[in-house]
Design a protein around this ligand. Structure first.
Ligand code: HPA
Length: 277
């Protein structure tokens, strides 16, 4: 089906509650090659996402497919180590299921991360970018996780998107970046359908419409989270350079390789944020 029902969400929630008694406050989604942080979760209960009914299982290398529930920096967290993407064949609604489940479990803050390609020519692989806003290009064309009858218990039919990425959380991330001397870029993220990477003409188009980083995730999750009134912090790890001139080739191996540099920095940044929440 192209949209979620209350029962779909409830079935997944009940399966998770059988594995853990922790009441998480903060949810995290870790993108391609960025799963490292999940390994430091203390008193962790790990649930294979394939064991959760209806869960969109990731089929991509670099995505472990685990839901890790435990404590990080003293905060009760639920960490999704490896996400599913639209290009894997799931409906947009399905892509939003993990966030609906988090909301139903009482999570108030979502930290969402991804690997992204630079569109801003100043960005270099290894950079972290605070997502200040996003362009929901495929949403504009109707591909939205909010399709179908509105789930009134989760949020309003016409949710505001004037501040998807929470200003206080952004300020906190900037403060932590300064203290820990981690360079933190800022910019606008766009989600495309993928899985093919962009042509140079695509990238020049994206640059023209105000994009700084491009990926294949995050926007649907952030949209569902805001629909549900959660506060969102978004961070991209820049894994490859802007190929605006067609002179560089982009590969998934490169994305995973860059993850090895990005993941430790991202961990320091997110741990710093968690300490102050
Ligand atoms: N384009 C789209 N998605 C990506 C890229 C890219 O260059 N790098 C990592 N994810």
């Amino acid at each position: 089906m192209g949209f979620l029902t209350y029962a779909d969400i409830e079935n997944a929630v009940q399966a998770i509650l059988k594995h853990t008694s922790i009441q998480p406050r903060i949810g995290m989604i870790l993108g391609s090659g960025l799963g490292l942080l999940a390994e430091s979760v203390a008193s962790a209960n790990k649930i294979a996402t394939r064991d959760i009914p209806g869960w969109p299982a990731s089929t991509v290398e670099g995505h472990a497919g685990l839901l890790v529930c435990g404590e990080l920096e003293g905060q009760p967290v639920l960490v999704l180590q490896g996400r599913a993407h639209y290009y894997e064949g799931y409906s947009m609604a399905k892509i939003g299921l993990p966030v609906r489940v988090m909301q139903r479990l009482g999570i108030e803050i979502l930290i969402v991360t991804n690997a992204a390609g630079a569109v801003d020519p100043d960005f270099v692989p290894g950079d972290l970018m605070l997502i200040t806003d996003h362009i929901n290009l495929i949403g504009m064309a109707g591909l939205t996780p909010l399709l179908g009858p509105n789930l009134d218990e989760f949020g309003p039919r016409f949710p505001d998107m004037s501040q998807v990425y929470d200003r206080d959380l952004m300020a906190l991330a900037q403060q932590v970046a300064k203290e820990t001397e981690i360079p933190l870029r800022e910019g606008v993220y766009i989600c495309l359908g993928g899985p093919a990477f962009e042509t140079p003409a695509d990238l020049r188009f994206l640059r023209g419409i105000g994009v700084d980083a491009v990926g294949m995730s995050t926007v649907a999750e952030a949209t569902v989270a805001r629909h549900g009134g959660m506060r969102v912090l978004g961070i991209s790890g820049i894994s490859n350079k802007a190929n605006l001139d067609g002179e560089t080739v982009t590969t998934h191996e490169e994305v995973l390789e860059a993850g090895k540099v990005i993941a430790p920095r991202l961990s320091v940044l997110i741990r710093g944020v968690l300490r102050q929440l």
